[in-house]
Ligand binder design. Structure first.
Ligand SMILES: C[S@@+](CC[C@H](N)C(=O)[O-])C[C@H]1O[C@@H](n2cnc3c(N)ncnc32)[C@H](O)[C@@H]1O
Length: 214
């Protein structure tokens, strides 16, 4: 009887809980429409040139702001994997995945030194406003490289720190673009090209490849 009552209460509370998590998600600073990568989300996703069937891992995915457009672009035969080290954000990502109801979404709580993905299992990794948080970056880069299939791509979108950047960028972002690109190349990725993302200012977007046969 008690169990039945508890179940009934849970069923009655479920819509309110769902509304609560949607509100928490909407209010989160990472969802701020004024953020460059949120304001230009469609242009960033377009620049990724996604194809149906691709397995895409979003490393440092935060609230999963890129989950829906990526999961839809890769379709039912592809997969979106949202990866983050922050338990609370991973919870919000899980809420978002549930409310979207997309079957091709996974959410993973990782470690600061590892993406914790299976070897050679990913076609494309995207790291959006998150690479500058990887400190030290070397263990993360090694685990990202191992999880990418040979020939797979890594796209970094991050703040382009310059002497004229806003003070908070100069204080918050630990190095400039050239230093980031050097670190990534040193970790065994081949630099391919800068991606054009119309409208996205104060950022760079650069594509790397895990070379075949290495
Ligand atoms: C500024 S947020 C960007 C979130 C999301 N990519 C976006 O643009 O909305 C940076 C994210 O990187 C995550 N992060 C920091 N270090 C990480 C690591 N070593 N592995 C995975 N995620 C990490 C943080 O928890 C945070 O969610």
């Amino acid at each position: 009887m008690h169990r039945l009552l508890a179940l009934l209460l849970l069923l009655l509370a479920a819509p309110a809980l769902a509304q609560g998590s949607a509100a928490r998600l909407q209010a989160h600073p990472l969802e701020d429409p004024a953020r460059g990568v949120i304001a230009n989300r469609d242009a960033i996703v377009a620049a990724l040139a996604l194809r149906p069937g691709m397995v895409v891992a979003d490393i440092g995915a935060g609230t999963g702001a890129f989950m829906a457009p990526i999961a839809r672009a890769v379709g039912p035969k592809g997969r979106y994997i949202g990866v983050d080290i922050d338990r609370e954000l991973v919870g919000l990502m899980r809420d978002r995945a549930r409310s979207l109801g997309l079957p091709n979404v996974e959410v993973l709580l990782s470690r600061p030194d590892s993406v914790m993905l299976a070897p050679a299992s990913v076609d494309l990794m995207v790291v959006i406003d998150a690479y500058h948080h990887f400190d030290p970056p070397e263990p993360m880069l090694a685990s990202m490289r191992a999880a990418l299939r040979p020939g797979g791509q890594l796209v970094i979108v991050d703040f382009d720190r310059r002497p004229e950047s806003p003070k908070w960028v100069r204080g918050h972002v630990r190095a400039d673009k050239a230093a980031f690109l050097r670190e990534i190349a040193r970790a065994g990725f081949r630099l391919e090209q800068d991606l054009a993302v119309p409208g996205l200012t104060g950022h760079f977007a650069t594509r790397f490849v895990r070379p075949q046969g290495r």
